[in-house]
Design a protein around this ligand. Sequence first.
Ligand code: SAM
Length: 271
Amino acid sequence: MSQAANLDLDEIAAAVTASPRYMDISPELVQRIARQEAAKHSSFKDVVKNTRTKLHQVGGAYLAQEPPYERWLQQAQEAGLPGNLEALQRHCLQWMGQHASTRERLPILEQLYSAVFAELPPVHSVLDIACGLNPLAIPWMPLTAGDSYVAFDIYGRMVDFLNQLFATGPLQFHAERRDVLGDLPYPQADLALVLKTLPCLEQVDRQIAPRLIEAIPAAHLAVSFPVRSLGGRSKGMPEHYSQHFEALARQQAWQMRRLDLPGELVYLVEK
Ligand SMILES: C[S@@+](CC[C@H](N)C(=O)[O-])C[C@H]1O[C@@H](n2cnc3c(N)ncnc32)[C@H](O)[C@@H]1O
């Protein structure tokens, strides 16, 4: 039987976010996980502890510490970013190293984006779902002035940093703190990036993959999977994710092409 009725979710959320590591996370996600944990445990302390553990697994584990966003913005201003492409690339490479997911993509950054964009008709709008620091890869994407880029993640200060960095750039850029497990609508886009994100979202909602992909109003999606765990072990991950995702694609009648890149398994999906 659910224990949730006995515990106050607002009090749980307040206790979870009292710690600086969780303060900045989307309140919707904190409540969603707290509700799940309250249905499994009867003690307030256990619910708070397990909610934090889950939030760490889906977000905090990728960031050893909160990046020094103020310092980065200062550096950006001094280097004349985002106007100076060469300096922008240099800084973005360094900053992407602070998030585990973009860090492991650095050796294949150019290869990944040239392979993805080469397969598609011209792209003028991008949606980046659970983006992490991936919008810092924009300088490697063939986007032009006036094109739009909309990105979502659960960290408020991360999206604020991205918005400030790209505010004076040539793209229409907008990043937003959002729990993508919710049902808010997305803007239409030529390409949606769902990079290394489904396994993370499935830790909270096992049914999310078909619902999210169907809800994204984009003709083309790049959906990718990690081939190693954060600890560096492979553990049959490519086989596991490819079987799972290819079965789902058959069931949903999505067309797709597979790109096996070192360190990342990418599917180009057409709905
Ligand atoms: C494996 S990382 C992938 C980041 C990025 N897509 C990339 O490939 O570099 C997973 C990301 O999902 C974000 N995340 C986790 N749960 C989320 C949720 N419910 N809504 C939005 N973002 C979420 C995390 O903060 C993290 O940045």
